[in-house]
Design a protein around this ligand. Sequence first.
Ligand code: ATP
Ligand code: MG
Length: 213
Amino acid sequence: MATIIRNRKAGKINLGLMGGTFDPIHLGHLVSAEEARQQFDLDYVVFVPAGIPPHKERSKVSDPEHRYLMTTLAVMSNPAFIVSRFEVDREVPSYTIDTVRHFAEQEAYEANIYFITGADAILEILTWKDYTALLDLCTFIAVTRPGYSLERLEEIQKSLPGIMNKVHLLEIPALAISSTYIRERVALGKTIKYLTPEPVEQYIKKQRLYING
Ligand code: ATP
Ligand code: MG
């Protein structure tokens, strides 16, 4: 991955990171990343599928290789989008700080790091005990997500003045899609066409993912 970046551009780059379980990746993720890319002039957005998600029960999450492959299929048509195996290849649970540090400390390039999250995930991150270390390493782009209010973020902002220089809110076209919703639809035999890119839809069918919930 470092090679891809080094070969494409010299000097300091703006690097977006988007972490997630991506079980499966869907248009909500892709629209968020693309809007962030444009608004913040990001050279690349790196999607980082979680290996063993710290907050989710392992047995209920699809194999990392399935999630990695679906993410790769989903980003094929966007030259600025890259998928990283960093978390998938680690044997220990990955925390955001480890991932951000990994991309911040690469020697192959120098980067301003932007971590892209939905309105739900940003609240988890900012209530994490060591979030200040994270804010030293990156800027957050918190995208709006239907069903999740950003009121609590405003409260946090009041109690921690200055934080908003490091946390930007970004309005994206509302997409009330979640991976949970897609998995539920597959289990019920309902169509998922247009909720995720077609190659991902076909991969889910071929591998018979989610049919048992
Ligand atoms: P699940 O239902 O399994 O939790 P999810 O749809 O929330 O899946 P994740 O992989 O958990 O997807 O999320 C990865 C990141 O993408 C998180 O920061 C999350 O907030 C964000 N995100 C997911 N769906 C949307 C959406 N529709 N709009 C904006 N952000 C989203
Ligand atoms: Mg989620």
